[in-house]
Design a protein around this ligand. Structure first.
Ligand code: GDG
Length: 481
């Protein structure tokens, strides 16, 4: 990719792309995992700019004089501006309001959502902290690109401080339907916060429609143009549009074709499989929205219904630790281990264990190598804004032998329509589709992958960002691939 920066860019996210952690012998510089970071870091490395984020690493303060850390360390390409939060702020803004309130609500898992009256003012004031930092670091005429449910108030707060800036905000997770949104006591404030943006991006048209409906039902003074996806609000036009996020398909193809990852990829098959067996994979943050337990239940159902499949499949589930400060996330690990153990006890025999659970993160190159190595991938989220793992799996399948089983309630399903569809709410159906996947002729596997790979080549990560920034200012960027 070649890109030319015409107006300065300021990215704003909750999570920082790089953290510095204290160790016994000094400090360690780590790149953080997660959808948002893996989408934006390659872009800023290419075009440069500024990134404002919460400095969450234990050694962040020492390593960033004046709160600024040029990154990546080995070859600095952009400036990371760290916003520091007190433990009370982290608890109120991040753990409680964002992760125990907005996250489950947006995924329509209403019984898990709790909105604390004490957390709300903290969420608001931390959004203010981010907005002030953005206002301070942004050069005149900069484009601000803020992100997600932790920072819903940033667009309006930045606009109040710096009306000269153009602001795009992208909402990475689903937008809940109005009867669900209304359960949040502060939903009107959240809508007002987001309407401070010039461009408001969502993953799918369903999200856009749900957002526009909420605005229409809530504010009599807003004029909503459903057809052109505009809101006229406080003498401004807010463009509300879907921009499905994607992956850097070429970079993934290149990584998995290197001799090192090719060797690793073959090696993992040799280590895990006996001749004739197929390798299934799933990779998720340990999050209840990803449907890990329903997936394991479907696997159990699968071996019950199709006993002849015993010994034919090894399923590797990588569960990456995340948000361990939230109780529901800590208990999920135990549940995954319990379910894994149950399946292996019930169906395993000799040296064959149907499920292998890996509770740690892998480096990105190996992760892509694992996707290349797999015969099938299970992505069975309950709800998911997009799901980059599904797109990465398709991109990494350069040998074109893998089958993607994808939940229809993940945003990715709207584009990857050559995947086999599964529902985490339908274990029998899930099991039947898995049985079908294992017998899918090679030609059909290839055809399905080819269709999806072509789509990803036409809609890359760079198209996503170009489309958003061009919607903000058609003259802002020249990005060539
Ligand atoms: C949110 C939305 C939306 C995972 N394990 C490791 C690792 N990862 C990488 C994956 C992928 C990313 O993290 C996860 O992205 P997802 O899209 O699957 O999910 P969320 O984190 O929930 O992301 C989601 C996304 O934002 C972007 O808009 O798609 O719907 O929920 O890239 O590969 N990376 C490394 N090691 C791991 O162990 N290096």
């Amino acid at each position: 990719m070649g890109a030319q920066l015409v107006r300065p860019l300021v990215v704003v996210t909750n999570r920082e792309p790089y953290a510095d952690e204290r160790t016994r012998s000094g400090t360690r510089h780590v790149q953080k995992a997660g959808g948002v970071v893996s989408a934006l870091d390659p872009l800023l490395r290419e075009i440069g700019g500024d990134w404002v984020a919460w400095g969450s690493g234990s050694a962040d303060r020492e390593t960033s004089p004046g709160g600024v850390r040029p990154v990546p360390l080995a070859n600095p390409r952009y400036r990371l501006h760290r916003v520091y939060l007190t433990p009370e702020e982290v608890q109120g803004y991040y753990t409680r309001y964002a992760n125990q309130g907005l996250w489950p609500l947006s995924h329509m898992l209403v019984e898990r959502a709790r909105f604390s009256r004490r957390a709300w003012p903290i969420y608001r004031s931390v959004n203010g902290k981010f907005a002030r930092r953005v206002a301070r670091e942004s050069r005149p005429s900069a484009l601000v690109f803020s992100h997600d449910y932790q920072l819903a108030l940033v667009p309006t707060l930045v606009r109040q401080l710096r009306p000269d800036l153009a602001i795009a905000h992208f909402w990475h997770i689903p937008w809940p339907v109005f009867p669900v949104l209304r359960l949040c006591p502060q939903y009107q404030e959240l809508l007002k916060g987001l309407l401070g943006a010039d461009v408001l991006g969502f993953q799918t048209d369903d999200d856009v429609e749900a957002f526009l409906t909420a605005v229409q039902r809530t504010f009599r003074q807003a004029r909503v143009d459903l057809e052109n996806q505009h809101v006229y609000w406080q003498n401004r036009t807010v463009q509300v549009q879907s921009f499905p996020i994607s992956v850097d398909v070429k970079a993934i193809e290149e990584i998995v074709a290197t001799p090192r990852i090719t060797r690793w990829s073959h090696g993992i098959r040799r280590r895990l499989l006996r001749p004739g067996q197929q390798l299934g994979v799933s990779v998720d943050r340990a999050d209840y929205t990803k449907g890990i337990i329903p997936r394991l239940e479907a696997l159990r159902e699968f071996f019950h219904r199709y006993p002849e499949r015993m010994g034919q499949v090894v399923f590797l589930q990588v569960v990456v630790p995340t948000r361990s400060e939230v109780h529901a996330y800590r208990t999920l690990f135990h549940d995954v281990e319990r379910e894994t153990h149950r399946i292996n006890e019930e169906f395993g025999h000799g040296d064959w264990a149907p499920v292998v659970t890996l509770r740690r993160s892998l480096d990105r190159d190996r992760l892509m190598g694992l996707f290349r190595a797999a015969d099938f991938a299970l992505v069975s989220s309950l709800f998911d804004g997009m799901n980059l793992v599904a797109k990465e799996f398709v991109s990494a399948q350069i040998d074109r032998r893998g089958v993607l089983l994808l939940s229809e309630t993940a945003g990715a399903a709207q584009e990857l329509d050559a995947a086999l569809t599964v529902s985490p709410w339908d274990p029998e159906g899930f099991a039947a589709t898995l049985d079908q996947a294992l017998s899918l002729p090679l030609e059909e596997r290839q055809q399905r992958l080819r269709t999806m790979q072509q789509h990803l080549h036409r809609h890359t990560l760079y198209d996503w960002v170009t489309d958003i920034l061009t919607a903000l200012d058609s003259t802002a960027y020249a990005i060539e691939r």
